[in-house]
Design a protein around this ligand. Structure first.
Ligand code: PGA
Length: 318
């Protein structure tokens, strides 16, 4: 170990705040309220409030001020938030480097994935998980907007999504087709038709995913390109909720074909033969160009390419 002749810069002023307090502070700042932060951290609300109070007195200034029914950061709070994120990013780099030193014997692979990929991503992770039992895999499944926010904060190494954001420096590898289809309740008169135009559907109630969903965004973009107006009747927060609502006869919907089993007979829904459908989109694995990938993530990408039998060079090779 190298010997230091003096105290490293800043060490004599080591923070009195604890990492646990900083983690709660970051969650409250990100989620905009103590209740939501407590829920996401699996802590009791008074515990988080106490941690914030202690943190505030450790730094000697208020970090939040009330705004409406929520909380907003003070100027000091903004500066602390950036510091905390830098600190956590540095810790993550340490974990990655330490895992690198241990090869693939120990480590962690963090992946964020949009909800539509939950139907197959675990299968793609399976071979890697079996081959590298020492690597902990953390798979977070959320909608597109939430995955983009995680990518912005650099919380995961890899993300699986259909519509990667343009504003981030990302490597992208289109790895699987994502056909989007129109579904109707089984037995609906439209299911008898051999061929339909999109305009023949627009008097039917349209069920869409919540704002922030990539599926919703892709179908809105498609309809705008076709010059078709089809106003949503109802927004639902998951693919499963949409399928149940369609089955119950509440309307039609555009969903990834992968959210449905191959054989539709038991599902209570049918795919309509609409011109222009399936909308052909791809899922991408993306990762930030400005952050080095860990050995675990690089290995996962290489093994996945091999398992999927990808012969053509992807847009960015792992
Ligand atoms: P989402 O997924 O609708 O759950 O956001 C979209 C996607 O496949 O990228």
């Amino acid at each position: 170990m190298k010997e230091f002749s003096g105290i490293p810069a800043g060490l004599d002023r080591a923070p009195r705040a604890t990492l646990v307090q900083l983690r709660s502070f970051e969650a409250v700042a990100r989620l905009g309220g103590v209740g939501r932060a407590a829920k996401s951290l699996h802590l009791a609300q008074p515990t988080v409030s106490m941690q914030l109070k202690e943190l505030s007195s450790a730094v000697g200034v208020p970090l939040f001020e009330p705004q409406g029914r929520g909380l907003t950061l003070t100027q000091h709070g903004e500066v602390l938030l950036q510091t905390v994120r830098d600190l956590f990013a540095a810790w993550q780099r340490f974990e990655d480097q330490s895992a690198e030193l241990q090869g693939l014997k120990r480590g962690r692979l963090r992946i964020a994935a949009v909800t539509t990929t939950e139907y197959f991503l675990p299968d793609l992770l399976g071979p890697f998980a079996h081959a590298h039992p020492g690597i902990d895999i953390e798979l977070t499944v959320q909608n597109r907007d939430a995955v983009v926010a995680r990518l912005e904060r650099g919380e995961d190494e890899l993300a699986a999504m259909m519509l990667p954001p343009q504003h981030l420096p990302l490597n992208r590898w289109p790895f699987l087709e994502n056909p989007l289809v129109v579904i109707a309740p089984a037995g609906h008169p439209l299911t008898q038709k051999k061929r339909l135009k999109l305009t023949q559907l627009t008097d039917q109630p349209l069920l869409v995913r919540e704002a922030g969903s990539g599926t919703r965004l892709a179908s809105e973009q498609f309809m705008a390109d076709q010059g078709v107006q089809w106003a949503p009747r109802m927004a639902l927060g998951s693919n499963e909720a949409i399928k149940h609502a369609v089955k119950a006869g509440l309307g039609l919907a555009v969903l990834s074909r992968h959210t449905l089993p191959q054989d539709l007979t038991q599902t209570g829904v049918a795919v309509l033969p609409v011109a222009g459908f399936p909308i052909k989109r791809m899922w991408h694995l993306v990762w930030r160009k400005d952050r080095p990938l860990s050995l675990a993530a690089r290995t996962f990408l290489q093994e996945l390419r091999r398992n999927l039998g990808v012969r053509a060079q992807p847009a960015a090779t792992p």
